[in-house]
Design a protein around this ligand. Structure first.
Ligand SMILES: NC(=O)c1ccc[n+]([C@@H]2O[C@H](COP(=O)([O-])OP(=O)(O)OC[C@H]3O[C@@H](n4cnc5c(N)ncnc54)[C@H](O)[C@@H]3O)[C@@H](O)[C@H]2O)c1
Length: 305
């Protein structure tokens, strides 16, 4: 198959593109290498892939001869209040509307990367997909807006869209603003690690290869219009996760508590029964094994400069 992967120079998109390519698919990557984090890191992620520099918020997406679109390009990160908000509107809502428009016109399936952030402080844990969404960050609001756009384009133009709500994805290439990446870097440099709030916040941490497997299964086998949680099997608090990384690395982290971050939720826990039943997917990577893989990547990356 020939697939477009948007956000193909990013953390999850590049891992997805590499996995698809290794499975024999042809991948056309699209990314404008925003400066949300160092574009040199994205160049490195994109090595060995065909990633075209294109800004989806304003340039046309050519879908000729394509069999499906994985739409992962976005402005990620829940710290989205204030002056950065227009970037979230542009890179999430505007870019996604244009991708849906093009995919609907071409009659192609889009697998859209949404987020557990749409739930906010969820009404139920584990959280099933029909829990009323109530995002508490502007980021989550733009992701929910994109989900509504998928629905509107399906109703009006027959768009074939599948929505995946990823829960905190981690592993090699994780974005530098994310928790595990920051912990690894602090362990490597010996710098003090600033943790937001008490550290008792917990997450359904999801290993990147598991997230990628769910994403490919969604393209290949999901019914049109499906919405699935993609979440790790083990919930852990930030402090528990730090303890695991300390064990894996054999180093101690110097932790300093700072105020809670606005837009962060206290807990996420995915209910993955729906995707399990429909796509026979389940998270396979135990947190300790995933963190060991992430640590070897992070230490090799730092050693390489
Ligand atoms: N990492 C997670 O834990 C997580 C959790 C939930 C949802 N998601 C979603 O998964 C997707 C991938 O996340 P990630 O962590 O790999 O982020 P990332 O920032 O590493 O990758 C996103 C990529 O999209 C590109 N991009 C942004 N705007 C673009 C535009 N207008 N045109 C072309 N390219 C553009 C960026 O340059 C970047 O390389 C995102 O949609 C994100 O919201 C991620």
């Amino acid at each position: 198959m020939r697939y477009v992967v948007s956000g193909a120079a990013g953390f999850i998109g590049s891992t997805l593109a590499g996995t698809l390519q290794a499975a024999g698919h042809e991948v056309v990557g699209v990314d404008c290498l925003t400066d949300f984090y160092d574009p040199a890191e994205k160049e490195e992620n994109a090595r060995g892939l065909d990633v075209r520099r294109l800004d989806l918020a304003e340039e046309a997406l050519d879908l000729d001869g394509v069999d499906g679109v994985f739409h992962l390009a976005a402005q990620a990160g829940v710290r989205s209040f204030g002056d950065v908000f227009p970037l979230y509107v542009r890179r999430n809502l505007i870019a996604t509307q244009r991708v849906f428009e093009a995919a609907a016109a071409a009659g192609l399936r889009v697998v859209f990367a949404s987020s557990s952030s749409v739930y906010g402080e969820a009404e139920a844990y584990p959280t099933p997909e029909d829990t009323p969404p109530s995002p508490v960050s502007p980021y989550g609001i733009t992701k929910l807006g994109c989900e509504h756009l998928a629905h509107a384009y399906s109703a009006a133009f027959g768009l074939d869209a599948v929505v995946l709500r990823y829960f905190t994805v981690y592993g090699p290439r994780q974005r530098p603003d994310m928790f595990f990446r920051r912990v690894c870097e602090a362990l490597l440099t010996g710098e003090t690690f600033e943790i937001y709030g008490s550290g008792e916040q917990s997450r359904s941490f999801t290993y990147v290869d598991d997230a990628v497997a769910a994403t490919i299964a969604a393209m290949e086998r999901a019914p049109a219009g499906a919405v699935y949680n993609v979440g790790g099997g083990e919930e852990a608090t930030m402090l528990e996760a730090i303890a695991l990384l300390e064990q894996v690395s054999g180093r101690a982290l110097d932790v300093q508590h700072v105020g809670p971050a606005k837009g962060d939720v206290s807990r996420t826990k995915a209910d993955v029964a729906r995707i399990g039943a429909a796509l026979d997917w389940e998270p396979r990577t135990p947190l300790a094994a995933g963190l060991a893989a992430m640590w070897s990547w992070a230490s090799a990356t730092v050693a390489a400069g």
